[in-house]
Unconditional design. Sequence first.
Length: 494
Amino acid sequence: MSGAGPVPAALDPRTPVLVGVGVASADAEATETMALALEAAGADAGPAGILGRVDRIAVPQGSWDYPDPGRLVARRVGASGARTHLVELGIPQQGVINDALTAIAEGASEVAVVVGGEAKRWARDLERAGRSATETDQAGAVPDVTRRREGPLMEPVEVIHRLWDPVQQYAMIENALRVAEGRSLAQHRSEVAALWARFNEVARSNPDAAFPAPMDADQIATASPSNRPLAFPYNKWHSTQWTVNQAAALLLCSAGAARGLGVAADRWVFPLVGLESSHAVSLLRRAAPHSWPAMEVLGRAATGRIGRPLAEIDRVELYSCFPAAVRVQQRMLGLARAGTPTATGGMTFAGGPFNNFVLQSMVPVIRALRAEPGSLGMVTTVSGLLTKPGIGVWSGVPDGRPPLVEDLAGEAEAATGVLDVVETLDGYDGEATVSTYTVTYDGMAPVRTVAVCDIPDGRRCVAVAEDPELAAHVVGVELIGSRVRLEGGSLTLV
């Protein structure tokens, strides 16, 4: 138990509060593990029967095929009266939390749940054993509410030509950041590996981490059969690891419901900030591929609400699918570049359940805030390919004001410089300048170069070279800023 004092009696009964968090890992299908996580969150909150009072269950879409997973979870935990919400891919996980906060504040919900989970390892292990990984059938099931994404996350030319793989796009962001900061290939390699080695150190002491085995910076940076190269400069152990069986649940109430249910004051954690941006700009269109103005917009708004720089927040978990995500956020939010902004160890070492890691990372942050009620905790969200950001800031004590819960899409759009694009791979022939690039591999061998190029009329285009000799060359020599010739969508050095 923490040293939190009694909750002020004058607190508005519609104030949303987080009262329970839970995680689970089980060799079972995803909804079973989600139910275990929710049961853990109920036990964390304290009062018997609190899950039976849940009136709202929201689940962010995972890699599974359940049409209404919230219904299966609700039945398992005895929340028969809950309305179920399914949230499509492309909506920030912070947005799912914000929906619950808003529903509580507006009186549409008294006890709300956000829960998600994955069972990729369960499915893989069954398939390796020659068995079928069968999910519970929900023929004809439809959630009460489906929240849908607006607009595409990528350009058609990116999708058609295999740039949909996140590791490729994040590798290109990483390479652009290297050049923007004037780093050599060797300096950059060392900086990225040192950051990830610090994340690994945190994971070693996280009892819920899926991959806590010690790895030093040299092991992370060096490609090998057990750390195969994915997309230059990233190896396997730079990447999120989503073949896990992990679930997490958040249990939220109105202050009035929490009091009425008898939730002890030392369980209450208060949202101060719940920000997101639903504005989406593809990597290809961004004027500065190494930057993320939308996250900077959210950071300024969060700083204004809490009245202090985000660098002074006590517990920070930056979304960590790849090093570029962390490194760009550090710069946009004014955080120390030599810091270690994680309470979990990050998605490489703690485990990165698809579209659910924000919920996972909330758990250790909330536990830390309860232990030190005067402290602040921040958890960030990345949706897509540095596309839609989110920030949540929480405290163990209320500050007398409603939380700042907003979608800052308009402000993000105004702050983001964009370029027109060539919409097909073969839509431009002539000279161009490489804005950023990556190299992909066949086993250990570099074989394919993918470049985002700027052309003289101010537009951007994509070019590909299926040339192993060129690929081997540009993993050792800086390609960004080079002049190249494009013909039929293929590039050659000038």
